[in-house]
Design a protein around this ligand. Structure first.
Ligand code: GDP
Ligand code: MG
Length: 435
């Protein structure tokens, strides 16, 4: 899945311009990649529809190229496919009892050991109980895995009653932080397996039941998850074997439909091949975009700043322009560059008064220091700043009286320019022009 998605995103990144044809092409590539990854066709169709609609309709904010915008939309919609949030395993009582369920071969036993190891790194003491009496090798396998990580394990290869094993294990490990119960994955038939899981669940009264699903089965994961969730209360899901599986996308999107969150994914056979599942991080890695996060951040910053500029310009043009507004304006300028440039980003470009461009960065810094020495009242109502106040402010800011007067002059000119600007150039309701 990753390779294909990466390719179509790369293709998009190489396009000189983004137009309807390009968007459609990218969507076609995405569809192909997703369907090959066994993602449900209906889901793929829904996803492409919303990407197309958003990509062609939504206006990219200023400072974001149309291309970046489309990449972001693709990324967001794909992330939705996997569920938006990430869910953590919370150990909130002692002992925290976790019952593992899942079909034979799904990776339960391996995952039990991986999770015990993970929990230890988090500072929790865990113990493992083997209730799989169906497979003779089950006991040995778990014993070997837990010995490697030095986690106590209880089981009895000669016992054939899983309920009794669960009860004894529970009793034996009641002083541990976490008890992990491994179970059988095969029985004479599916009904008997599910019956056993239900009985175990009643006996153990687990704090969380984790369903382990093999990621290589693709979309089938959904019916499997459903079958289990109809009999026991699935609290979370771990999807395994996502290392190198072509069908991982299908399994992940399928189980995210079941309702229980995916908390971890298995990415290999080794003990530390277990990852907390974060849909957003998973998707950006899949898309091969280490920097998609910085793109999103840039996006958010630009939108936030656009809002702020809009507000500043609103007050500037409303005639109520105080020193406080000038200060906000300076702060924005420090971040975004000269006001002239900022105003150019707004729909009133082209009619900018000349004196706007005449201020240097050094001046801005100095003016900000001066304004820091003013009282709130002075900032709100600069008219009250007479000679004695000028002297006090200058002393406080460590500048000459002349500098304070210069700032006041700059403020007055700007205010006047803004007023003229409003009357001469804009006329009509300002709001409608700015929006
Ligand atoms: P169980 O029958 O559900 O207990 O499954 P096991 O834990 O015995 O695992 C079945 C096989 O899948 C074993 O060979 C494991 O090494 C392998 N396996 C489990 N998890 C992963 C994984 O995340 N990646 C890979 N590549 N193999 C895994
Ligand atoms: Mg097993």
């Amino acid at each position: 899945l990753g390779e294909k998605l990466r390719k179509s995103i790369k293709k998009l990144a190489k396009m000189p311009i983004v137009d309807e044809k390009v968007v459609k092409e990218v969507i076609k590539d995405l569809q192909r990649a997703l369907i090959q990854a066994d993602v449900n066709v209906k889901l793929v169709f829904k996803l492409s529809k919303s990407i197309e609609k958003r990509a062609l309709k939504e206006e990219p904010p200023k400072g974001i190229t149309p291309k970046e915008h489309v990449i972001k939309i693709v990324y967001e919609e794909l992330t939705k496919l996997l569920g938006k949030k990430s869910y953590k395993l919370k150990i909130d009582k002692k002992p925290y009892k976790i019952l593992f369920v899942g079909l034979q071969g799904s990776g339960k036993t391996t995952t039990v050991a991986k999770l015990a190891h993970y929990l230890r790194l988090k500072g929790y003491n865990s113990a493992v109980v083997c209730t799989d009496t169906w497979r003779t090798a089950a006991y040995d396998q778990l014993k070997q895995l837990t010995e490697e990580i030095n986690v106590p394990m209880y089981g009895d290869p000669n016992e054939d009653n899983p309920i009794r094993l669960a009860k004894e294990g529970l009793n034996k490990f009641k002083n541990y932080d976490v008890i992990l119960f491994d179970t059988a994955g095969r029985h004479k038939n599916e009904k008997e397996l599910l019956d056993e899981m239900e009985m175990l669940s009643k006996e153990i009264n687990p704090d969380e039941i984790i369903l382990v699903i093999d990621g290589t089965i693709g979309q089938q994961a959904k019916s499997q998850a459903k079958a289990f969730s109809e009999r026991v209360k699935i609290g979370s899901i771990i999807v395994t074997k996502l290392d190198g599986s072509a069908k991982g996308g299908g399994a992940l999107s399928a189980v995210s439909e079941v309702g229980a969150p995916i908390k971890f994914i298995g990415t290999g056979e080794k003990i530390d091949d277990l990852e907390e599942f974060d849909p957003a991080r998973f998707m950006s890695r899949l898309l091969g975009m280490g920097d998609i996060k910085s793109l999103i951040e840039k996006f958010e910053r630009v939108v936030e700043e656009e809002d702020k500029i809009s507000e500043t310009v609103d007050t500037m043009l409303s005639g109520k322009f105080t020193l406080k507004d000038l200060k906000t304006q300076f702060e924005t300028m420090k971040k975004m560059g000269p006001l002239k440039q900022i105003l150019n980003m707004l729909p009133l470009a082209g009619n900018i008064p000349k004196n706007f461009s005449k201020i240097t960065e050094d001046k801005i810094k100095k003016y900000c220091v001066i304004m820091d020495s003013m009282t709130e009242e002075e900032l709100e109502n600069p008219r009250i700043i007479k000679y004695s106040r000028v002297k006090r402010i200058a002393r406080g800011a460590g500048v000459r009286n002349e500098d304070v007067r210069e700032l006041l002059r700059y403020y007055k000119t700007t205010k006047k320019a803004l007023k003229g600007f409003e009357r001469r150039k804009l006329g009509g309701p300002i709001q409608s022009i700015l929006k």
